[in-house]
Ligand binder design. Structure first.
Ligand SMILES: C[S@@+](CC[C@H](N)C(=O)[O-])C[C@H]1O[C@@H](n2cnc3c(N)ncnc32)[C@H](O)[C@@H]1O
Length: 87
């Protein structure tokens, strides 16, 4: 498989997973949490497919594209492992 096909497959899987999760939480009230804003690609997609939902994004640092940046009240900076300890 070429590297191009590999990237296309990975990003397609990412989009399918986000759509699947959006369907799963359709009847679950409350905000959506993005753990790992990164460059903001996922955040940008989430706000497109979940336009009615409040979305909070977490990251240790700000590296998102300016067009994919949450506003100040929806960006939580710092190590999220302290807030969301993994088992
Ligand atoms: C792969 S990137 C996220 C990609 C992004 N969701 C996208 O595709 O648009 C992972 C991000 O998680 C952040 N991250 C990883 N572990 C973290 C932690 N314990 N606390 C805060 N941020 C963390 C990193 O700084 C990085 O920006």
């Amino acid at each position: 498989m070429s590297r191009l096909d590999s990237v296309i497959r990975r990003l397609t899987a990412q989009r399918v997973c986000l759509g699947y999760v959006a369907d799963l939480i359709a009847t679950v009230p409350g905000p959506v949490l993005e753990l790992g804003l990164g460059n903001g690609r996922t955040y940008d997609h989430l706000r497109e497919i979940l336009p009615e939902r409040e979305i909070f994004a977490f990251d240790a640092q700000v590296t998102a594209h300016p067009n994919s940046m949450p506003d100040h009240d929806h960006l939580i900076l710092g190590d999220f492992s302290a807030r969301f300890p993994m088992p």
